[in-house]
Design a protein around this ligand. Structure first.
Ligand SMILES: [Zn+2]
Length: 423
């Protein structure tokens, strides 16, 4: 290869995790455990792109004599693609720490919801908040995500539940994408819960979503995806189908909160409507698993949600992997699940779903990119991809979930620029 002008080179990584070869289709089965590791690895960066990924020796050979790229020494460190969080609820107001206490004292999510707490508290606070307030709060969240190594996140609305407030939330998400280094991928989730005033006539709310919100969101380009909380007592299979198909007609790609609390057929619906992902899946049936595998819907598993609900059961990650379902991981950041850390998610995935460290890393990078249609840009370290790179202060990838409850990130590069650096 000829010597070229480079802006930055990362050298001497004890392990460089490329996650290469899965940009066109997600990693399945045993591929999930393959990280494409280069020992004593390096990365060459020009502008916002990766130019080469190779051994340190070969990366050094690329540097044009007389040119002076910035050199980042990753000795004794692990270099990997920026983490991708493909399921987060962003730009809401308020907090629900009191509910945290109620949960400890024994109340279930549904009990809290039915007593007028839970999501309704966040909806009220979000109604009162201005777009700017939502942006300021969202910035705080994104700053922490970035510090913990996340460089791309999905952001869902769903705390407005009225046209103007849903649009306000999506506009705040758009603002965040523009002003923050993290790329924020917007999802419309007006179908998060049936608002209290429509409790007796849920069909009216479904109609409002289909006839008014979806067309407006699509016309204004406020979202790429349309998500529904398909669950007993929330949106039925038929209501979910109507919403997701209406979204699809307007160019919004379906996503489903599926089979979280009951075996409800959400996974089957996700496969039927051609969803890009089915998320949660704690109670997914065998038929549901087979449907996801056949349609290659990405299963986005959210172990922190089960963790904060103090569930003993987690999503059947091993069964999903063995059946050939592409598996990804996400935080499910929301007022009920307050973590920005994909590092914690990987630890929970290993300990509670028996995913190996390598599988968890694939699920938090390239497969997560597939869950939000970004695999052509991010999720692996390969030439021509965005230079979104995390350097962790650990000698090998197994340390990432093993050493938990602290931040292992040393540097974060976003589009080739250092956006986070510890001393
Ligand atoms: Zn969610």
């Amino acid at each position: 290869m000829e010597r070229i002008h480079l802006d930055t080179v990362i050298l001497n990584a004890s392990e460089l995790l490329t996650l290469s070869g899965a940009s066109h289709a997600p990693k399945l089965g045993s591929e999930l455990g393959e990280l494409g590791i280069i020992e004593d690895g390096g990365v060459a960066i020009r502008g916002n792109q990766i130019v080469a990924v190779d051994t340190t020796k070969n990366i050094k050979r690329l540097v044009k004599p007389g040119s002076h790229p910035r050199v980042i020494d990753a000795k004794n460190k692990t270099v990997l693609p920026g983490l991708i969080d493909p399921h987060a609820h962003l730009a809401f107001a308020g907090s629900r720490e009191r509910e945290f206490v109620q949960k400890i004292q024994g109340a279930t999510y549904m009990e809290i919801l039915e007593s007028g707490g839970g999501i309704n508290v966040t909806v009220k606070a979000t109604h009162k908040a201005s777009r700017n307030t939502l942006v300021r709060k969202g910035q705080h969240t994104l700053n922490r995500m970035l510090e913990y190594g996340t460089t791309t996140v999905e952001g869902k609305s769903g705390y407005g539940l009225e046209p103007k407030h849903e649009y306000k939330q999506l506009l705040a998400i758009r603002d965040l994408n523009l002003i923050h280094p993290i790329d924020v991928v917007p999802t419309f989730m007006g179908a998060h819960v049936i608002p209290t005033k429509y409790k007796k006539q849920p069909e009216k709310y479904v109609n409002l979503i289909i006839k008014k919100m979806i067309p407006t969101v699509a016309k204004k380009g406020l979202a790429e995806f349309c998500d529904v909380f398909t669950e007993k007592g929330v949106f039925s299979i038929e209501q979910s189908r109507q919403i997701l198909l209406a979204g699809k007609e307007h160019g919004l790609i379906p996503k489903v909160h599926a089979d979280e609390m009951t075996t409800f057929g959400g996974a089957e619906l996700a496969a039927e409507v051609g969803a890009v992902s089915a998320d949660h899946l704690l109670k997914v049936s065998k038929t549901g698993i087979n449907a996801l595998a056949k349609a290659q819907v990405v299963a986005v598993l959210l172990p922190a949600t089960a963790f904060v609900l103090m569930e003993t059961q987690y999503a059947p990650a091993r069964e999903l992997i063995n059946a050939g379902v592409p598996v990804a991981l996400a935080t499910d950041f929301n007022p009920n699940c307050m973590t920005e850390s994909m590092q914690l998610i990987m630890t929970l995935a290993c300990l509670n779903m028996r995913m190996t460290p390598a599988e968890a890393i694939s699920a938090a990078t390239i497969n997560a990119a597939h869950a939000i249609n970004r695999s052509h840009l991010v999720g692996s370290l390969e030439p021509s991809k965005q230079a979104d790179i995390v350097i962790m202060d650990v000698p090998n990838h197994e340390h990432i979930p093993y050493h938990f409850g602290v931040n292992l990130v040393k540097n974060v590069l976003k589009n080739g620029k250092i956006v986070y650096l510890t001393q």
